[in-house]
Design a binder for this molecule. Structure first.
Ligand SMILES: NC(=O)c1ccc[n+]([C@@H]2O[C@H](COP(=O)([O-])OP(=O)(O)OC[C@H]3O[C@@H](n4cnc5c(N)ncnc54)[C@H](OP(=O)(O)O)[C@@H]3O)[C@@H](O)[C@H]2O)c1
Ligand SMILES: [Zn+2]
Ligand SMILES: [Zn+2]
Length: 345
């Protein structure tokens, strides 16, 4: 086993610095020195709802770094290459979903970057709030030149999670898109929808982020707590991308979807209650998705490099991870914390 250092959650509140073990390299593995890891709201959900029986929790599933070693069967990477890893690190490789390049929907469930079960040795995966990760090369992506490695890290979870549905729903010139919740996922969804050519609006709880939304390229802004603005926006969006991190009623957001349009519910996952009348009136569709398959992830990185899209970040030394989590929980970030892991060397 190899030894590295990381930030481990022992309970629902704080992370502490600790020594971690990584597997020795298998033939198709890379060792990655992690330089930057984004802090996703899913990390916060995982820490707060930690199942202590599941073993150690080291969060972090959107990171960039540099390849330091390669196994003998690795063909696409060499030591020194800039690399990016997202929130899935393996899948069965054989089911229909995997064969279709949708490893994120693998019938045997993909191996998550942390809290997953390694398919060969059964160990629990430990995430990117650490200095080193060992990953199969097939689930690592070359980081395109021109993308700042710190600001690109959030593309690997937040970015691809909104990218895949935007593409699958055919968003392009002429589409009317609204993004509900202007956070880590939401601000990337706005930039991507705008770059795809869509007329794009933000749905937020107050007008406090209106200037930012405009700066990100949004054309419209709807304050979800203002009944007049909500009424005026009824049935006007072909696609509503819902990235809200708290449980919420879908009705108000479905009512903003245009006839035959789709509400893509990506944020707080779990059971929801839907009044079918909100679907019936306008033949509307409700959908969800998560993460991305390998082809979509690679395409997303190329698109972002071409259009100069990266996250707006607040970069903190990893020793301030607990402060980042606390502020994220209070919605006090514009728009993604990224940890600089060089303090773990
Ligand atoms: N599907 C997936 O695979 C996937 C992947 C990554 C993350 N997620 C989930 O997506 C959600 C968003 O993640 P994130 O990292 O983007 O979080 P984030 O940066 O905290 O952004 C969430 C946004 O939701 C809005 N919001 C928060 N509380 C709200 C409430 N009570 N009512 C209405 N709006 C509220 C806020 O936007 P405004 O201030 O604009 O109102 C906030 O900026 C999380 O639940 C996360 O677990 C899912
Ligand atoms: Zn995430
Ligand atoms: Zn599969």
């Amino acid at each position: 086993m190899r030894t590295t250092t990381g930030w481990q959650a022992d309970g629902p509140t704080t992370l502490r610095r600790t020594e971690l073990k990584r597997r020795d390299l298998r033939p198709d593995d890379l060792a990655v020195r992690i330089d930057y890891c984004g802090v996703c709201h899913s990390d916060l959900h995982a820490i707060r709802h930690q199942d202590s029986a599941a073993g150690a929790l080291v969060p972090g599933h959107e990171f960039t770094g540099v390849v330091t070693e390669t196994g003998p069967a690795v063909t696409r990477f060499a030591p020194g290459d800039p690399v990016a890893v997202g929130n899935i690190v393996d899948s069965c490789g054989e089911c229909g979903m995997c064969r279709a390049g949708q490893e994120n929907f693998c019938h045997a469930f993909p191996t998550l970057t942390y809290g997953g079960t390694d398919r060969l040795d059964g160990s629990t995966t430990l995430g990117g709030f650490s200095r080193e990760y060992v990953v199969r090369e097939g689930f690592a992506y070359p980081l395109p030149a021109g993308l700042d490695p710190a600001a690109a890290a959030p593309l690997l979870c937040a970015g691809v999670t909104v990218w895949e549905p935007l593409r699958a729903l055919g968003v392009g010139p002429g589409s009317r898109v609204a993004v509900a919740g202007l956070g880590g996922l939401g601000h990337l969804a706005v930039m991507m929808a705008v770059a795809l050519g869509a007329t794009t609006s933000v749905i937020s709880r107050s007008s406090g982020k209106a200037d930012d939304a405009r700066r990100l390229g949004a054309h419209g802004f709807v304050v979800s707590t203002d009944p007049d603005q909500v009424a005026a926006a009824r049935d006007t969006f072909d696609v509503v991308i819902d990235t809200i991190s708290a449980p919420h009623d879908l009705g108000p957001y479905l009512r903003l979807v245009a006839m035959d349009g789709t509400l893509s519910h990506l944020g707080h996952l779990g059971p929801v209650t839907v009044d079918t009348m909100d679907l019936l009136l306008g033949r509307k569709k409700l959908s969800s998705a998560g993460s991305g398959g390998r082809p979509a992830t690679a395409a997303m990185l190329e698109f972002c490099a071409e259009h100069g899209i990266t996250a707006e970040i607040e970069l903190l030394p990893s020793a301030r991870v607990n402060e980042a989590l606390d502020r994220l929980g209070r919605n006090d970030v514009r728009y993604r914390f990224v940890l600089d892991l060089s303090d773990l060397s």
